[in-house]
Write a protein that binds this ligand. Structure first.
Ligand SMILES: NC(=O)C1=CN([C@@H]2O[C@H](COP(=O)(O)OP(=O)(O)OC[C@H]3O[C@@H](n4cnc5c(N)ncnc54)[C@H](OP(=O)(O)O)[C@@H]3O)[C@@H](O)[C@H]2O)C=CC1
Ligand SMILES: O=C1CO[C@H](CO)[C@@H](O)[C@@H]1O
Length: 367
């Protein structure tokens, strides 16, 4: 093996680390990913609220957040909060954001929402317009773009290291832990899990021109749902094809003892190829994602750069950083609400293609 290839996989950090962040939601992702990452990065969460005050109290004590508000509305009214960080169920998020804009107008500088921004393009677009009209920067925690291997692959693509992209695939054989709020959502795996992979394809290759998809329920998930295992093909008129197998069943769990769950990705180009793994299925163990690259343009055979950071929780530095940088520079965030509207549109297209058994054409520039 040759010298490690130097790929840019880290986020750009803001000049100020002490932006005062208010945390709306205190569930798994806020407690174990957002707040852990912010502590590591030296960010400044000043207050937290949850639906139940006890949840917020526990998280504040565990993660050292100085102020607990009794209600979410109290947090949204907190004059000391400059940046709002939202992590509540997707069907509760739009109303919370609208209320945050109403109560934070003239004070709040930015909002970071969890993915999906909303469960429909219509709602997502409305949130973008509502924040823009109030002068609040809207960014989305669509954080697979900050998975270290996904980001490094984007750098390799942008530098033309594998030539023109031909085929990209993501093969997921892993079991997400659905939260209770997932029951009753209009879509399960498309908007909660596949969205990561669909957004990654958009990040690497852009928005596709059309979508083919198939879905079936997941035998492990006991509540009624339409989209469980998702099989998706994306077509780009300029050439590339992308495909994800989001196998959230992955066989009986006991079989995984000898054949561990995994997410593998691969991108082939006219002058090279790269493939990698996503370490998340081993969470909470810290297993870094990986990338191996071979290119006609980079001498030395296979390159296997490695890094210590992991997607969960380290990538959550990047999603907050992109918002803070945008607020400081007066620019659109790297993953702005407007961009995420197009990912929601892609989720809608995949869900329609799979459930209505038809090829769906994408409208570009949805945001
Ligand atoms: N980007 C990523 O990689 C990930 C994103 N997520 C997203 O983060 C969000 C939260 O997920 P997660 O932390 O796993 O879920 P949890 O169920 O662990 O936490 C949910 C949080 O939202 C609150 N909540 C529940 N229902 C409502 C409601 N109707 N209105 C307002 N608040 C409510 C809960 O309050 P209380 O407990 O006090 O009742 C709790 O604070 C989801 O949108 C999910 O899609 C999740 C995992 C990974
Ligand atoms: O990455 C993820 C892992 O699975 C979760 C569901 O359990 C998703 O919500 C999440 O975004």
């Amino acid at each position: 093996m040759s010298e490690p290839l130097s790929l840019n996989y880290l986020p750009t950090l803001p000049r100020r680390r002490d932006w005062r962040i208010g945390c709306a939601g205190a569930g798994f992702i806020m407690r174990d990913c957002h707040l852990v990452a912010y502590a590591n990065a030296g960010f400044n969460p000043v207050a937290v609220a949850s639906r139940k005050v006890e949840t917020a109290r526990e998280v504040a004590a565990a993660r050292g957040v100085p102020t607990v508000h009794a209600t979410l509305d109290d947090l949204l009214r907190d004059d000391g909060v400059e940046i709002l960080d939202v992590a509540v169920p997707p069907d509760a998020q739009p109303d919370l954001i609208r209320r945050a804009v109403e109560l934070g107008r003239g004070r709040l500088r930015g909002i970071l929402t969890q993915k999906p921004l909303a469960l429909s393009v219509r709602d997502a677009r409305d949130l973008v317009e509502c924040c823009a009209a109030a002068g609040i920067v809207l960014a989305v925690n669509q954080n697979m773009r900050f998975d270290q291997s996904v980001r490094a692959a984007k750098d390799a693509l942008a530098r033309g290291l594998i030539g023109e992209p031909v085929l990209a695939t993501i093969d997921m054989r892993a079991v997400p832990h659905w939260m209770p709020w997932a029951e009753g959502l209009p879509s399960l795996s498309t908007f909660v899990m596949s969205i990561h992979h669909l957004d990654t394809f958009r990040y690497w290759l852009g928005t596709p021109d059309r979508v083919l998809a198939s879905t079936r329920p997941d035998p492990r998930t006991r509540f009624p749902h339409r989209d469980g295992i998702n099989l998706t093909i994306l077509e780009y008129d300029h050439g590339p094809r992308a495909s994800a197998w989001d196998d959230v069943w992955a066989g009986p769990k006991a079989a995984a003892d000898d054949h561990p769950h995994a997410i593998r990705w691969r991108v082939e180009g006219t002058a090279g190829l790269m493939h990698g793994t996503i370490g998340w299925p081993r969470y909470p163990a810290r297993e870094p994602s990986t990338l191996d690259l071979w290119s006609e343009l980079v001498p030395g055979g296979w390159h296997r750069p490695r890094w210590p950071e992991v997607w969960f929780p380290d990538a959550f530095v990047g999603t907050m950083a992109q918002l803070l940088v945008a607020v400081e520079d007066g620019t659109e965030p790297e993953i702005g609400g407007r961009d995420n509207v197009e990912t929601i549109a892609l989720c809608e297209a995949v869900f329609a293609a799979a459930t209505e058994h038809r090829v769906v054409e994408m409208m570009k520039g949805e945001g």
